[in-house]
Design a protein around this ligand. Structure first.
Ligand SMILES: Cc1cc2nc3c(=O)[nH]c(=O)nc-3n(C[C@H](O)[C@H](O)[C@H](O)COP(=O)(O)O)c2cc1C
Length: 216
């Protein structure tokens, strides 16, 4: 029996909109969940020891390389063991929180999780990315085209030359509207976006549990 790997990266804890929408997903998920909160317990940035350990015979590892490799092994095994994925990745300065990028840099390893000329071991497994943002980046918005969270995650997680996961994104937007008087006119759009995001999260949980029974 496999599990859902749930990775959080918002620094806002309970107040995080991404985490709140993830709760709607989890309410509809009966199976085992392995949870990693990168804001509460960040993984280290990839180090020289971590990079060189990948190319070095383990018998020749320095203590630093051995420690870096052991940490990577733990994260990679946890990643590969999952049958489905739930990632909460809010927009920070147009891109992903650095704690999530640090985790990706630890688990995306050519020859282990990503393979030249062949599918990844996790190819086709379902992954849901929930990415709240203060503004709006959809078609017609003044900032359309400036979202460097979702397109990059779709490439890294979803492209067949990378992890090849079956990625679906849920984007609660305009989350600053309730807090910024200048955005008051956008409140109805924000509220509609929130309702859609929670409904979509519930639907996805039911759909993935149904189509990926091993993960649930
Ligand atoms: C450090 C930081 C940077 C942010 N940068 C942006 C940004 O570039 N664009 C945007 O629309 N919102 C930005 N926001 C607002 C967040 O995207 C918004 O609060 C969102 O709800 C955060 O997700 P969360 O509620 O899951 O934590 C930023 C917030 C923080 C804390």
């Amino acid at each position: 029996m496999s599990y859902l790997l749930h990775i959080d990266s918002s620094s806002l804890g309970e107040a995080s909109v991404s985490r709140q929408v993830a709760r709607s997903f989890l309410e509809g998920w009966d199976g085992k969940v392995v949870h990693r909160d990168l804001a509460a317990a960040p993984v280290p940035h990839i180090s020289a020891a971590g990079i060189t350990a990948r190319e070095t015979d383990p018998a020749q590892h320095t203590d630093e390389q051995a420690a870096a490799a052991a940490m990577q092994d733990t994260l990679i095994e946890e990643f590969l063991g999952a049958g489905a994925y739930l990632f909460t990745v809010p927009m920070y300065n147009l891109t992903m929180p650095s704690v999530f990028k640090a985790w990706l840099d630890q688990i995306l390893v050519f020859g282990r999780t990503v393979h030249h000329g062949g599918p990844s071991q996790v190819a086709g497994r379902p992954a849901v990315v929930i990415s709240a943002r203060g503004g709006s980046y959809g078609p017609g918005a003044p900032r359309h085209g400036l979202d460097y969270v979702v397109p990059i995650l779709e490439a890294l997680l979803g492209h067949e030359e990378m992890l090849g996961l079956d990625v679906t994104t849920v984007i609660p937007e305009l989350t600053m509207a309730p807090h910024a008087p200048a955005l008051a006119s956008l409140l109805p759009k924000h509220e509609a976006s929130m309702a859609n995001a929670h409904n979509r999260a519930r639907e996805l949980a039911a759909m993935i549990a149904h189509t990926t029974p091993a993960a649930a």
